[in-house]
Design a protein around this ligand. Structure first.
Ligand SMILES: [Zn+2]
Ligand SMILES: [Zn+2]
Ligand SMILES: [Zn+2]
Ligand SMILES: [Zn+2]
Length: 459
């Protein structure tokens, strides 16, 4: 990686970021596409929290109108889906199981990135461009991996090796920086900012992945509801969104604590773009540098494992070709004595990237909160409190509904959710009454906000 390379934005990150505005304008701004948008939203049970927050920040009137319009088709479909009678239908199960990961806007962006990555890979796989396959071209680690999987086999090994060598240099520079920062107990601002920025871009992507910003509802919920018992009574926020955010904040604190103890770092230091960005936003350069160095080292280890597997596979193929050339009897003997070995396929890395400790901890906490919530709902008194509270956003509803066992709790969850959707229908008809323009605009904005929270969760 020549020095100037990484200072360019990752082209695939840019594609990803730029696709959102186009997607929202099409999905909600084009009346011909609204039906398809409604269908996609039903199948995914909303958008991810990040895209929900992004949609909420769009001030375009036509998008707001599109969101309200979309509800017309979507609510009747959801009402069917949320009928407990159909709980075991395969289509319903499929939607519920996929809901947590599904987001039509993410799918759209990923497709755009996939197309561009395939285009770049084709370009680098042409003989005269092969030498440049491994140069980062500003690609962040995650997007380089995507590109590498698309590279022609003969370019892949060279590409991975080149990228790993470059990444190794960045990691060494980060280690040196950290050593000098720790020795003097101060961050050598001047010369270090560019190095850190470059390394951060490699792991977190650029422009940096947007992170959740706690909305006012969530902040209030966190303040006022120390546990789930209080959170189920909360009137304006999903209790599981509150608990997930609480887990995220607890994890952030643990990262700061672990930074003081080198040996604990691996337990808490994040490796995914979202959570590395979350640390960077704390604005503490030495902590960011420590986290970035750790995340890049994990990526580097993974790259080297991939390289080793490719080298082993190539050696094996060479050995086999040699023996085959010696004659069929040699080949038959070789096959008989050969231990069973599996040649790793080009697109199946032999080692899975370890899960980001941030993601892991937050997931575990959300699972625990789901269990606790179901436990609470077994008691009639808690069910009554829950019915009077906000209830659950659709994404968390899917998680809890799937986990609940058949009986009074599951039936109540479906009924509650259907009741909430009926309220949306009522809100839409209120909106269609003859109202002064300013009042109508206010009502519409409130409805859009409520819709996005219900469909995407609180972020
Ligand atoms: Zn990228
Ligand atoms: Zn999304
Ligand atoms: Zn939620
Ligand atoms: Zn993570």
């Amino acid at each position: 990686m020549s020095d100037q390379l990484g200072y360019r934005a990752c082209p695939l990150c840019e594609t990803y970021a730029n696709s959102d505005a186009g997607y929202f304008a099409r999905a909600f701004g084009d009346p011909k596409l609204l039906a398809a948008t409604g269908e996609a939203i039903t199948d995914a049970l909303g958008f991810c929290a990040r895209h929900g927050a992004k949609l909420l920040s769009q001030e375009s009137l036509s998008i707001g109108d599109g969101v309200v319009e979309m509800l017309h088709d979507t609510i009747p479909r959801l009402m069917l889906l949320l009928n407990e009678k159909y709980f075991l239908e395969s289509q319903v199960q499929q939607i519920l199981f996929g809901a947590e990961q599904a987001c039509p806007a993410c799918t759209y962006a990923n497709r755009a990135v996939g197309r561009q990555s395939a285009r770049l890979a084709r370009q680098y796989s042409i003989a005269e461009n092969q030498a440049s396959a491994g140069h980062s071209h500003g690609l962040c680690v995650g997007h380089f991996q995507l590109l590498a999987a698309d590279l022609a086999p003969e370019s892949r090994l060279a590409g991975l090796t080149q990228y790993a060598d470059d990444l190794g240099r960045v990691v060494r520079r980060m280690k040196e920086l950290l050593r000098s920062a720790r020795k003097t107990d101060a961050w050598p601002v001047e010369d270090a900012a560019a190095t850190l920025n470059h390394a951060l871009g490699l792991i977190a992507g650029r422009p940096m992945v947007e992170i959740r910003t706690s909305g006012a509802g969530l902040a209030n919920g966190l303040d006022l509801c120390p546990t789930l018992v209080e959170a189920i009574a909360c009137s304006d926020t999903c209790p599981l969104c509150i608990e997930t955010e609480r887990a995220r904040q607890r994890w952030l604190l643990n990262v700061e604590k672990a930074a003081g103890f080198d040996e604990d770092a691996w337990l808490f230091f994040p490796t995914c773009p979202e959570h590395v960005s979350a640390i960077a936003r704390l604005g503490a350069p030495t902590l960011t540098a420590a986290v970035v160095e750790r995340a890049l080292s994990v990526s580097l280890r993974y790259l080297r494992q991939q390289i080793q597997a490719l080298v082993r596979a190539a050696e094996l193929r060479e050995e086999e070709a040699k023996i085959k050339a010696e004659g069929p009897e040699f080949w038959a003997e070789y096959k008989r004595r050969r231990p069973r070995r599996k040649i790793p396929g080009p697109k199946t890395p032999s080692h899975r990237l370890e899960k980001c400790p941030g993601c892991e901890r937050i997931d575990v906490a959300t699972d625990k909160a789901t269990d606790t919530l179901l436990h609470l709902l077994n008691k009639k008194g808690h069910r009554e409190v829950f019915s009077q509270g906000y209830g659950l956003c659709l994404k968390h509803f899917a998680r809890v509904y799937l986990t609940a066992s058949k009986g009074v709790v599951r039936a109540m969850l479906a009924e509650e959710q259907r009741g909430r959707l009926t309220e949306f229908t009522r809100n839409i008809s209120n909106l269609n009454r003859r109202l002064p323009i300013s009042e109508a605009a206010l009502l519409r904005n409130v409805l859009v906000k409520k819709t996005l929270h219900q469909f995407c969760g609180f972020a």
